[in-house]
Design a protein around this ligand. Structure first.
Ligand SMILES: Cc1ncc(COP(=O)(O)O)c(C=O)c1O
Length: 418
């Protein structure tokens, strides 16, 4: 391996700290804590290059938006064409309707769509529509489910209050249930009869720092029935998994129908857009609830989203990335085992979470660092993402690099077991 140099990243980070609190913030701040790159110079397909010129096969996909490859020509040209016509203007662009039509056509549970910018816009709106429709206060979420940085959501996080910037009242009406626990939900319904507005959850449990969990058989059908029987609005937060499991909505894969689905991340292949889709039963509430933002009507990201959704359909993307993710998992588990390590891949194949078993967490993170410095961009604590741009050649190179990373780690027995 050539000498791995990230000095330009570090020098930019030091410059950033003078003018940006913390230098890098939010989920990107994870890169501050590890060895590895902090700033990119360019990106293409499934790769990015850092400011020091190192090339990475990227399995984080910008934490989800990249689903068709960076700089996808079809998407970029659609956005550019709309930029030339106009982007943020004093009227709505017709592309908004075209995009809503494509979504309603493609997503089984959707009769209508509203657009915002970030995933948190959609989850916040979904909760407000549920409250407006039911006249109830309580929101039930899964214990470590993440739905954005709004106070109602952050107040439930296991952080000290200074890190959430919230007061207990922000979370006063938020109730939590463990994942896959229908009994706990039933108990809450008993305790808060007629005051639960909605249940919001991702289609499967994708927390950070631990194995991701799929729904148990029958889990979603039971949750759907409990919601229906008790007048509770069922919201799927598909911001992260959306379009990576099933283009018609992740719920289709698990055999149930929600009232509202939140999309974000992959919907426009990196252009700023999110969507909330819903059923006719909630159309009136969705009409009444005030929802806006200065940038919500940007036309170019809508053109990008329409092109992304059509490309996803044309490329049969969910199936393709599921197959690529399964091949990635299979190869990584095999390489690990050849070097005496056990790698656990959890979650859905298109969004794999990796954990090295039988070694301390520090050894798992050290292995991730060894992969990163050789050109495979993994993250130790978060699920990964696969795009349609990841090629067989990328996978082959990944296996070689990961094999070298295991060799650099040495004998698994040399790491103290937990
Ligand atoms: C499941 C889920 N919901 C909501 C959000 C919030 O989305 P955003 O950060 O775009 O507001 C995220 C972001 O990671 C997410 O993963």
């Amino acid at each position: 391996m050539q000498t791995y140099d990230t000095s330009e990243s570090i020098s930019l980070f030091n410059r950033a700290r003078e003018v940006i609190p913390g230098g890098i913030y939010g989920h990107y701040a994870a890169s501050n804590k590890r060895a590895g790159p902090r700033y990119f110079s360019r990106a293409e397909g499934a790769h990015f290059w850092d400011v020091d010129g190192n090339d990475y096969i990227d399995y984080m996909c910008a934490y989800g938006p990249n689903i068709l490859g960076y700089n996808n020509q079809v998407v970029d040209e659609a956005a550019q064409a709309q930029y030339r016509l106009g982007n943020t203007v004093s009227l709505v662009a017709p592309i908004t309707i075209e995009l809503a039509e494509v979504l309603v056509d493609m997503v089984t549970a959707a009769d209508w769509a509203l657009f915002g910018k970030n995933g948190g816009d959609s989850t916040g709106l979904a909760v407000r529509i549920a409250r407006a429709e039911t006249g109830r206060r309580k929101v039930v979420k899964v214990t470590d489910g993440y739905h954005g940085v709004a106070p109602w959501m952050m107040a439930t996080m296991d952080f000290e209050s200074a890190r959430t910037g919230t007061v207990p009242e922000d979370g006063a009406h938020i109730l939590q249930v463990p994942w896959n626990d229908t009994d706990a939900f039933e108990q809450l319904i008993g305790e808060h009869k007629d005051d639960i507005a909605c249940f919001i959850s991702s289609p499967y449990d994708h927390p950070t720092m631990r194995d991701n969990e799929l729904p148990d058989d029958g889990y979603w059908r039971k949750m759907e029935k409990l919601c229906r029987d008790n007048g509770i609005v069922l919201i799927v937060d598909d911001v992260r998994a959306g379009f990576r499991i099933n283009l018609a909505g992740s719920n289709v894969a698990y055999g149930f129908t929600p009232d509202l689905i939140c999309f974000g991340k992959a919907i426009a292949n990196g252009y700023p857009l999110s969507a909330l889709v819903g059923t006719d039963a909630l159309r009136e509430a969705a009409t009444k609830v005030f929802y806006t933002g200065t940038q919500f009507f940007n036309a170019a990201p809508m053109a990008a989203a329409k092109a992304t959704l059509l490309e996803l359909q044309r490329a049969n993307a969910a199936t393709k990335i599921t197959e690529t993710g399964a091949a990635l998992n299979e190869g990584l588990v095999r390489v690990a085992s050849q070097q005496g390590y056990e790698l656990i891949a959890s979650g859905v194949p298109a969004m794999p979470f990796y954990r090295l078993a039988n070694v301390p967490t520090a050894a798992h993170f050290a292995w991730v660092d060894e992969c990163v410095k050789r050109g495979v961009y993994f993250l130790g604590y978060h699920n990964h993402f696969v795009s349609t741009a990841h090629t067989q050649a990328d996978l082959g190179r990944t296996f070689e690099i990961v094999n070298d990373a295991f060799i650099a780690m040495g004998d698994p027995g040399s790491h103290q077991t937990v």
